[in-house]
Design a protein around this ligand. Sequence first.
Ligand SMILES: C[S@@+](CC[C@H](N)C(=O)[O-])C[C@H]1O[C@@H](n2cnc3c(N)ncnc32)[C@H](O)[C@@H]1O
Length: 272
Amino acid sequence: MTSAELRGAIDRALAEVPRRLASGELDGSGRFYTDEELAAGAATGKLQKKEKSGAAPTAWCALRWRGSRGFRRKTLKTRPNPYDAVAYPGMPNAGTHPDNLAAMATLHGLTPPPVERCRVLEIACGNGSNLIPMAYAIPTSEFVGFDLARLPVERGQRRIAELGLKNVRLFQMDMLEAGADLGRFDYIIAHGFYAWVPEPVRERLLAFCSEQLAGNGVAFISYNAMPGGHLRSMMRGMMLFGSKGIEDPEQEVAEGLNFLRLVVETLPESDV
Ligand SMILES: C[S@@+](CC[C@H](N)C(=O)[O-])C[C@H]1O[C@@H](n2cnc3c(N)ncnc32)[C@H](O)[C@@H]1O
């Protein structure tokens, strides 16, 4: 882990602190802190890292803030990004293709930007499995993607280099840091993202779209909704239960799947 990445881990951990303090997560006494107290707090930024063989390092962030009883100190442990530790199987999603977005927009009475001359941004692009095929198919348009996880982005960058594509680039970035310097986009895609990220990230996504989407541009933001989401949520709940207390992300997934198998195997034949 480079020092810049370490700094990124600290910043992300710090960004989470107000929420964790507000929810009481960081204070054993259950005391809640006001915004003023938080603003007065000083993050010491002291950080250690622990290398686990083959696993992404875990970081601890030491924080110091002024409470009513003087300075207080807490140590916040950041988990490795699970998308760095476990490769996510990305794949093309036809619904997000500018052809489809332009067709849908036209059916709704809009005049979308021409697909053969457009700028497309994919937020949380993973390894680019969705974006790279689009860039290959529409060489006259420009495709940009970013993701918080570094390793999938690096895999995508290698694929782009192998294909020799000049109209697509991927980079690592946190949605919270996305701003006007990325430019304006005719199409913005965020699939498998909104329902996966905390509230401040969702808000930044929506604000970014309103700031950086071109006049007649189209944003595709997918999300899980109830009641259909119950099916996925049920599986998630069982996997979390079955893997409780396990820190290593790969082992966590394996134990979660083992638990699901156990549930299926122990069900009476008539229930399957
Ligand atoms: C469920 S995956 C979906 C990946 C891809 N969009 C797809 O549909 O296959 C969620 C993705 O969101 C990324 N992510 C999570 N928080 C993020 C953030 N704050 N900024 C950018 N990407 C983030 C993760 O690294 C991960 O690649």
